[in-house]
Design a protein around this ligand. Structure first.
Ligand SMILES: Cc1ncc(COP(=O)(O)O)c(C=O)c1O
Length: 403
């Protein structure tokens, strides 16, 4: 539609659009001539920098030998699912790639059901129930907090309960914490604080540093022999698939994981902008009485339109895929259907991402961060520099009042 010159308000892509920080860009330029293959788990200097960074973040000792890097955390997720036996357990809704990756290996997928009424909350009792009745002897639980698609975070007490169950049932947890440094609703807490011996933490540079295209993902393995065996298994998959994360990127990433107040400040500024933009859209939806859990991290919302089921049916909209298509064709608003994230087809939920609208070009993204750094208030930024976001709210208001 864009190519045809049509207007589209893009709430589809989940890509953080703020500029790459100049210090990290400089480090990449300085290392551009690095041309050799590197160890498949990553270079020792980077593994050490990541271990030190995360020891600080997680408030416990992480050793360099517990770290592996790869071209994106998505590749690591793939390698873990390939290397491990058993079934994958997912909460609903969950990020789009977990289940398709499992399917590529014919891994069974078990889903914890959830409903829009309580914002798709995860109940530990349901996890216990599912594991108890599962026909499989081994399970890999994938958690994601802050969550893509809901923007929700799992609170510490809940993580503690989940950890207890996983310890008792000997379930390995893959904790996808790629949005951990974009949390704003509360401090990010990792389930690895409660279950260090059975948790793999996944992360990377894609979200908090807006470096998705650089493809650098990390995993922190549990301490001890089990962690080392897992690391070897995943490094073996990596060695056969991607050999190594790109050499210049690995050297530049040492700067990205340094203890640097300027970089920390930049990440905080970008996160504050994601928070302001995502909360603004959430408040607008709330004013339109669209049920939607308040966002706490990342840049996503997962509103539900079941209340309008009847009038929508008369427009031929029966499923979340129909709803996403209708909004795109009739109102030029691009979203993703909830069913892409594992919700039932007839649940009228959508995933909205605020990371793209009004940041469509690099110039717009740079201008917004410059204004924020210069001290322009969130209120002024959203009123005066977000024509797309404001138009989305106007269109949603007209769409809902037309029914
Ligand atoms: C929940 C979640 N996990 C993992 C990823 C993949 O990140 P990476 O760029 O490290 O492969 C994404 C990217 O959209 C994501 O949203």
């Amino acid at each position: 539609m864009w190519a045809k010159g049509e207007t589209v308000y893009h709430l589809g892509f989940g890509e953080s659009r703020f500029p790459a920080h100049p210090k990290i860009v400089r480090a990449l330029v300085e290392n551009a001539a690095r041309q050799s293959y590197l160890p498949s788990a990553g270079i020792p200097e980077l593994r050490q920098a990541i271990a030190t960074f995360h020891s600080r973040q997680l408030d416990r000792e992480v050793g360099a030998d517990q770290v592996i890097v790869a071209p994106g955390s998505k590749s690591l997720l793939f390698a873990f699912q390939m290397a491990l036996a058993g079934a994958t357990v997912l909460h609903t809704p969950s990020w789009v790639s977990y289940e398709p990756q499992s399917r590529l290996f014919n891994r069974p997928v078990l889903r914890l059901p959830a409903t829009p009424e309580d914002g798709h909350r995860l109940y530990p009792a349901r996890l216990q129930q599912l594991l108890r009745h599962s026909p499989y002897s081994q399970h890999l639980l994938i958690l994601n907090s802050p969550s893509n698609p809901t923007g929700q975070m799992l609170e510490p007490a809940l993580l503690e309960e989940i950890a207890e169950i996983c310890r008792r049932e000997e379930v390995l947890v893959l904790s996808d914490e790629i949005y951990g440094l974009t949390a704003y609703g509360r401090k990010h807490v990792s389930i690895s604080s409660f279950y260090p011996e059975g948790t793999v933490v996944l992360g990377g540079m894609s979200k908090h540093l807006s470096l998705g295209g650089w493809r650098l993902g990390i995993a922190l393995l549990p301490p001890g022999d089990m962690g080392q065996q897992l690391l070897q298994a995943v490094a073996k998959v990596g060695s056969e698939l991607w050999s190594t994360a790109s050499a210049p990127i690995q050297y530049a990433a040492i700067t990205a994981y340094a203890d640097d107040a300027e970089l920390t400040g930049y990440v905080e500024k970008c996160t504050a902008l994601h928070a302001a933009r995502t909360r603004y859209l959430w408040r607008g939806l709330s004013e339109l009485d669209v049920p939607c859990a308040e966002p706490m991290g990342g840049f996503y919302l997962f509103p539900n339109f079941d209340h309008w089921r009847k009038p929508l049916a008369s427009l031929g909209v029966q499923t979340s895929v129909d709803l996403a298509r209708y909004l795109l064709e009739e109102w030029q608003i691009a979203t993703l259907p909830g069913s892409d994230f594992g919700t039932p087809a007839h649940e009228l939920s959508l995933r909205l991402s605020t990371s793209y609208v009004d940041l469509e070009t690099d110039e717009k993204a740079a201008q917004l961060i410059e204004r924020a750094v210069a001290g322009v208030s969130d209120e002024d930024l959203l009123r005066d520099h977000h024509p797309g976001m404001n138009e989305v709210l106007t269109r949603l208001q007209r769409f809902l009042s037309s029914m």
